[in-house]
Design a protein. Structure first.
Length: 420
């Protein structure tokens, strides 16, 4: 396992190109299974999760090529069973369920893995597939779905902690093959769901209400091949914005969609960051000490849970008391003990973290527990005194394309080394 050695204390200066969205690209790649024709997808980030998805598509029988950020998929002759050895590595692999049921009326999917950030059941996905006419069974760690005919209906997808993104994706994809009209109520509104819907529309799907909590799909029309470009990764952009701020730097993020970042930028501005928005760019810098924040993670367009860990790193060195309440994944705080090893003053009360800003962090060996926690520890290392060793960075390779190279390009002292 690789590790990062991060020497802190250098303000980041320069430009960073934002990659395509991982959380858009994964379901879009799965959606190529809906047609036997060729699909060409641009701005696909080169990440381990993407590579896993491409291996799943190949295992299912699709012809796949990945070159210079463009994936070409032709799923002409495929079957409907996924292997455990691949899907156990990535939760998003469950999003092949909807396309396979739509294409074949059946699917056998091993229950997926991914980051350890709390309970993330797929019962809402299965409830939606059952509502369309699928018969669902679980057997030896597999989900087995069969259906003689999918029929459109009204499906509420609200869950205990809000709408489900991948559940909305799965039902929307399955509904493209259902007879009649499917209405998804309490649909997830994240930009990545909208991106998938736009991709499906480019394939010939009839979908309305895109971007709202009520999505209508008129199914039954065969889908065709298409060419499409994935949206920028808003979480990567937010992460690099935090990295610039914690070092007192001045970074310009190129290729952003600032509308997708609206809530994050609102809070950064409230904290005192100076933001200069371009049409497809964002300059982030400081003008004096930052101010503490009171944050609550919520479903989009609220503050994203995928930015919680990075804000914990930033706010640990902001003077005053900050509060972060995690409402999406209440147990998503495994980065806090590692930040405390670096000198952060943090108390956890239930799902609420209370951060009392310290004057500086100190380097220490730390262990990454999940994707966003990894990013938070790298960010903390950029601001810490000394050299921080971040172990198990395979987590960060799941969601950040060449993060070490991008950070070095703006002045960071970060090196990848073989781990133990």
């Amino acid at each position: 396992m690789d590790k990062f050695i991060v020497k802190g204390g250098t303000p980041l200066q320069g430009k960073i190109q934002i990659s395509g969205s991982k959380n858009s690209a994964l379901p879009i790649l799965a959606a190529t299974l809906l047609t036997p024709e060729t699909c060409i997808i641009h701005r696909v980030p080169d990440l381990s999760d993407i590579r896993y998805m491409l291996e799943i598509l190949k295992h299912l029988g699709a012809e796949v090529e990945f070159k210079n950020g463009t994936v070409t998929v032709r799923a002409e002759k495929i079957h409907a069973q996924t292997p455990y050895d691949l899907v156990r590595k990535m939760r998003a692999s469950i999003c092949v369920l909807g396309p396979l049921v739509a294409r074949f009326g059946q699917a056998k999917i091993s229950l997926p893995g991914g980051c350890v950030i709390g309970d993330r059941p797929i019962d809402i996905h299965l409830r939606g597939i059952e509502a369309l006419g699928g018969h669902v069974e679980t057997e030896e760690g597999n989900v087995i779905v069969t259906s003689k005919k999918l029929v459109g209906t009204e499906i509420p997808l609200g869950g205990k902690f809000g709408s489900t993104v991948l559940g909305t994706d799965n039902v929307m994809m399955a509904a493209t093959a259902a007879e009649g009209t499917t209405v998804i109520e309490s649909a997830a509104c994240e930009p990545e769901v909208t991106d998938l819907a736009e991709f499906l529309i480019s394939m010939g799907a009839k979908i309305s209400g895109v971007g709202s909590t009520r999505i209508e799909i008129t199914g039954g029309t065969p889908l065709h091949g298409t060419e499409y470009t994935v949206i920028p990764d808003r979480i990567e952009a937010g992460t690099f914005a935090i990295a610039g701020l914690i070092t007192g730097g001045d970074v310009t993020l190129e290729g952003t969609n600032n509308t997708h970042l609206a809530n994050v930028l609102f809070h950064l501005k409230h904290a005192g960051a100076v933001l200069d928005k371009g049409e497809n760019s964002l300059r982030v810098r400081t003008n004096g000490p930052l101010r503490p924040l009171d944050l609550v993670t919520e479903v989009y367009p609220g503050f994203p849970t995928d930015m919680q860990a990075q804000f914990c790193a930033l706010l640990s060195v902001v003077p005053g008391n900050s509060v972060i309440t995690e409402k999406i994944f209440p147990n998503r705080y495994m980065h806090l003990p590692e930040l405390k090893r670096m000198g952060a003053n943090i108390d956890l009360e239930g799902s609420t973290a209370i951060l009392r800003g310290v004057s500086h962090l100190s380097a220490a060996p730390v262990m990454a527990s999940d994707l966003r926690a990894s990013a938070a520890l790298v960010i903390a290392g950029l601001a810490a005194k000394g050299s921080t060793e971040v172990n198990r960075v395979y987590h960060i390779d799941r969601g950040y394309e060449k993060i070490d190279e991008k950070l070095r390009a703006v002045g960071a002292d970060i090196q990848r080394r073989p781990g133990s």
